[in-house]
Ligand binder design. Structure first.
Ligand SMILES: NC(=O)c1ccc[n+]([C@@H]2O[C@H](COP(=O)([O-])OP(=O)(O)OC[C@H]3O[C@@H](n4cnc5c(N)ncnc54)[C@H](OP(=O)(O)O)[C@@H]3O)[C@@H](O)[C@H]2O)c1
Length: 207
């Protein structure tokens, strides 16, 4: 699959490596492609990368998504947007308390199918959950479009997230829960002194 990744930071590089290792054709989209010659995959403009991707990944820095993505509506039309971004203040407080970033993106991009995932784990885990963590853990998906979630679920499986580790929370409004987990993430990271951990859903033992 052709994948365009918007954002050339920690998350963009991590998912690019995972997607390329799984055989996908990856390009980055940058505000300044000429300044990112250090990357392992072609670096295009944001418009070009969004146009390239059959699936486009939002790995833009905090505060950049709502300024950037509506301007790419034409390139994103009809596509799946895998949204990882979280808008946080410099003090790591959540900016969108009532309506999540993902919901706002879905409203701004009605022709695009937004699927929120990966925002509950560190970039070191996203593309290598089984190499990084002791046991299988849980990753969440939120979005309105079942086929889009199937496409994203297949990419997650390529990265090592088995179907039974993927939890479809429901529509895009459930992205609020994923984004609010950033607060738990920051608190746990402070408590354990590191960012490389994840949570597992544990259900009752069968009677
Ligand atoms: N780091 C994690 O482990 C993690 C985990 C879960 C969720 N997230 C979320 O994922 C997103 C990306 O995180 P990251 O750690 O990869 O961030 P990062 O290292 O700061 O990279 C963000 C990238 O976004 C691009 N960008 C475009 N417009 C921007 C703007 N106005 N301001 C800032 N950056 C802009 C930049 O690439 P160009 O300069 O090339 O355009 C930049 O390299 C964030 O929303 C973050 O909250 C991060």
């Amino acid at each position: 699959m052709r994948i365009g990744i918007l954002g050339t930071g920690n998350v963009g590089k991590a998912v690019a490596a995972g997607a390329a290792a799984a055989g996908h054709e990856v390009v980055f989209g940058s505000r300044d492609p000429d300044s990112r010659k250090d990357l392992d995959h072609p670096v295009l403009t944001q418009q070009e990368a969004a146009a390239h991707g059959e699936l486009v990944i939002n790995a833009l820095g905090s505060g950049a998504s709502l300024d950037t993505l509506p301007g790419l509506a034409a390139q994103l039309d009809g596509k799946v947007l895998l949204d990882i971004a979280i808008d946080l203040t410099p003090a790591m407080d959540l900016i969108h308390l009532d309506v999540s970033l993902a919901e706002q993106l879905q409203t701004a991009l009605p022709g695009t199918r937004v699927v929120k995932t990966f925002c509950t784990v560190d970039s070191a885990i996203m593309a290598h959950p089984l190499k990084t963590l002791d046991t299988p853990t849980t990753i969440f998906l939120s979005g309105e479009d079942a086929a889009a979630k199937t496409t994203v679920g297949s990419l997650l499986e390529d990265f090592g997230w088995a179907p039974e580790q993927q939890l479809d929370l429901g529509g895009i409004a459930t992205a609020r829960a994923q984004e609010h987990m950033a607060l738990m993430f920051v608190a746990v990271a402070g408590a354990v002194g590191g960012h490389v951990f994840n949570f597992s859903l544990v259900t009752p033992r069968a009677a």
